[in-house]
Ligand binder design. Structure first.
Ligand code: NDP
Length: 283
């Protein structure tokens, strides 16, 4: 059986490391890193994500401010909140929980976040810097995936990596990060012909689609590293894009769902907040 990469366990370790660093730096610079999260609307999933982020901040001894606004909030008002947070010297990171209500232009809001405080790494300049290999804040989920690979001592150099999914928040950035680590990267999507052949030719598969158990045992060669980003609810249970029970015996490493990539996303957010804080206090 392949080695299971537990995002839950790894997260515990890294969050502890972050906390130690936070305590040390708070002592040195006389204030803790501060994350501001803005939530617009009532979406229950978004509310629970925001709660989880707030809890994780507190546990890591960071300060967190959550601003909750009603669904009807105008774009203008939201932009003004962001402007205030941009100018607030005590705030190190700003995160606007997505998706936003339909009447608000998401791109406009993301563009308004000060680059140095963009802890989600979604600002177009941050993404551009990442593509250019310059110093950048990496989006949380792809960063978490790379941390899992790195901490498991999986070598990427010269390996064939297949990323299934080309979204701006997962597929595209993770493909860039794999490339940066010298993998030979293919990106598959809904129009890809013969996905099975692409999978069988790959040493590493990152599945980020959102279709329950679409990667089956016959699509995977012996020894493949499998990173399952998908989150799907089937009969009340969370499952990934990979048929875990069938594939785990063929994989060399595999991430479970739940308890895999999911917890790493918030862990990366904490790391990004710490990074933004460090850059600001050390200026
Ligand atoms: P999107 O819906 O934005 O993108 C899905 C991608 O999958 C698209 O590029 C789409 O192709 C591709 N796709 C759809 N059907 C197929 C198919 N049959 N074969 C190959 N590719 C296909 O999703 P996200 O990137 O936002 O998220 C992907 C999954 O990861 C979801 O399950 C989501 O819940 C989960 N997720 C988990 C996170 C975590 O923290 N664990 C964080 C973020 C996401 P095309 O572009 O052609 O439409």
């Amino acid at each position: 059986m392949g080695q299971i990469i537990s995002g839950k366990e790894l997260s515990k370790t890294i969050r502890e490391e972050v906390k130690e660093q936070v305590i040390k730096l708070t002592d040195q610079y006389h204030r803790a890193p501060h994350l501001a999260v803005v939530l617009v609307g009532e979406d229950p999933a978004s509310r629970s994500y925001v709660k989880a982020k707030e809890r994780a901040c507190k546990k890591a001894m960071m300060e967190s401010t959550v601003i909750i606004k009603e669904e009807e909030t105008s774009e203008e008002e939201l932009l003004s909140i962001i402007n205030d947070l941009n100018n607030d010297q005590t705030v190190d990171g700003i995160l606007v929980q997505l998706p936003l209500p339909k009447h608000i232009d998401e791109d406009k809001v993301i563009d308004a976040i000060k680059l140095e405080k963009d802890v989600d790494g979604f600002h177009p300049l941050n993404l551009a810097y990442m593509h250019l290999g310059r110093q950048a804040i990496y989006p949380a989920t792809p960063k978490g995936i790379m941390t899992m690979i790195e901490r498991s001592n999986i070598s990427l150099k010269g390996k064939k990596a297949l990323v299934i999914g080309r979204s701006n928040i997962v597929g595209k950035p993770v493909a860039m990060m794999l490339l940066k680590e010298h993998a030979t990267v293919t990106i598959a999507h809904s129009r890809t012909e013969n996905l099975k052949a692409e999978c069988l030719a790959s040493d590493i598969i990152v599945a980020a689609v959102g279709r329950a158990k679409m990667i089956t045992e016959d699509m995977v060669k012996e020894g493949t590293v499998i990173i399952d980003v998908g989150v799907n609810r089937v009969e009340g249970k969370l499952v990934g894009d990979v048929d875990f029970d069938a594939v785990k015996d063929k994989a060399s490493y595999i991430t479970p769902v739940p308890g895999g990539v999911g917890p790493m996303t918030i862990t990366s957010l904490l790391q990004n907040t710490l990074e933004c804080y460090e850059r600001r206090v050390k200026q």
